[in-house]
Design a protein. Sequence first.
Length: 286
Amino acid sequence: MKKWLELEIPVEPPWREVLGAEMFSLGCEGITEKEKGIHVVFKDTPRGPLLREVIARIHKYLPGFNGNEIKLGTIPAENWNENWKVHFKPFRLGRHVVVRPVWEKADTGPEDIELVITPKMAFGTGHHETTRLILRLLEEYDLENKKVLDAGTGSGILAIYAARRGAAGVVAFDIDPEAMENARENGALNGVPDKIHWFTGVLNDAPRKAYDVIVANINRNVLLELAGEMAHFAGPESRLILSGLLLTDEEKVLQAYMKNGWKFNGRKEEGEWAALELIRQNGEEK
């Protein structure tokens, strides 16, 4: 049976939001706030390296924090999934995007796009700021007949949204086979299984062509690694949206991409998170 790794981190309320953002940037799947701190859930992984990285992130804000106070445990995946799904209700993103789980109904207007998902993990459902920021930017785009690449697709919600908006030749990938299985399932639920090319892999496995729009909701370190590669998948007027960025990482990532032929074209932020909108330097601003 698959299990999750749970970390109980004793921390006072003023620090919980920023530390929660740090935990999400490390790949945590969900956070629950408790009376004495936060409970952070990761996919089961070698504990030593993860714990050292978690403590290092905490020490950025609380240098005197005693890492021995973190309690580690495991919980069955089914228990974690059922716990957070109880609270997953339909919600609105931006002006005309409504997300709902398959077991719920939602009130929608004539101009709304309803995204229906069978969530298998908390991240990627649209609840997290990083996903919401990209959707808010995409809502401003004309995606009709555009070629879209979704790097780190997770539940597939961004690729599905692009396909529902009329994008042509949507390509979406993730390194996690379970995420890709869930993304394909969600694509079928939304009537776009044949409009999206799904695959498990990394950026260099994607068809190498000029995409009109590229979205990447990945952590800072991976985004920095890909700064030189993104240009191989862009045309002269391509837009690139980078998310998964803490506000403290924004400038470093922006400079890395500007050095590789991209220019700043806009940004959005929510809480501790930011999304950058970039454009190829020989293109025109929107």
